[in-house]
Ligand binder design. Sequence first.
Ligand code: NAD
Ligand code: MG
Length: 331
Amino acid sequence: MDTFNHSRRLLVGAAATGVLGAAMAPAGAQQGSEGKPDQPPKDPTTAYPKPPFPKQQQPWPGLTSKMSPRPDHGETSYKGSGRLKGRKALITGGDSGIGRAAAIAYAREGADVAINYLPAEEPDAREVAELIRAEGRKAVTIPGDIKDEAFCKKLVADAVQQLGGLDILVNNAARQFSRDSILDISTEQFDETFKTNVYAMFWITKAAIPLMKPGSTIINTSSVNAYNPGENIIDYAATKGAIMIFTKGLAKQLAPKGIRVNAVAPGPFWTPLQVTGGQPADKLPKFGEDTPMKRPGQPAELAAVYVLLASNESSYATGQVYGAVGGNGGP
Ligand code: NAD
Ligand code: MG
């Protein structure tokens, strides 16, 4: 086919159907291309709740329904466009927070999704499963403690068996304890933080790689703390630094196999992790206020990053860390 003529036909066709006209319409027009409403720019400083927030604290691991304000995971806003059609994803910590936002977005992009979480988080997990099924996609819920190596192996095996494959792995679960002094960090806490955040990622990734085909992607959740550690969460920050550098090393190792490995580095996000001991209770009302954006992020604001890193569209990105930090620090 003659490319020029082909492009010309497309142009003529587009003009005839009004696509070009709409794309060139002056700012302020209400109707975008193909009759879809326009997407006016949204001021990020006022787009979501700002501090002060009500005083609150929940027993760990916490539930979304008990947070005030309730975090936004894109339940009513995320619109998919088939970018992950037919893909199979496993997301740890997929019940709440950032993992839930990724799970909803993946389903709306056409993926089947398995989520892991702790048994105490069953109500959150059920809500996510319902949202995934509402998109006509398969939802697999696999509760269990990822501090256990045997469970991590079983988690991957069960997810692969129930999904019928695995091509997106999101290592997202984590534990964060706020302690003002290193003298207050027990060996047990240090161990729990590293087991949950680093060892589990290692075990789950190791179990998944042999089952992943070229084109698969691994996405790890690191943090702004990998670059600019909070002085009250130094054990957690150390795990996030480890995740960041593990991501970069593994990316080099797996690139020849066609498997990409990237990380996301969020700044302060409004999730159960923060209201269950991740931050001191008296600091929560001002959570996120110290960022240039003057507010915390909402999980919904990260969904598109997880989608991009999973999709074929980011095929040259590996070993990268994508930040969304509200303007302070980060990659
Ligand atoms: P969240 O509490 O919603 O998610 C964390 C999840 O980890 C929990 O839902 C839980 O299911 C899971 N988890 C913890 N221990 C587990 C265990 N032993 N076994 C199985 N699952 C376990 O909070 P979130 O903030 O959405 O956290 C998601 C990721 O984002 C974490 O990696 C966190 O470090 C990272 N992060 C969060 C922030 C923030 O400000 N919220 C900032 C940077 C990075
Ligand atoms: Mg949770």
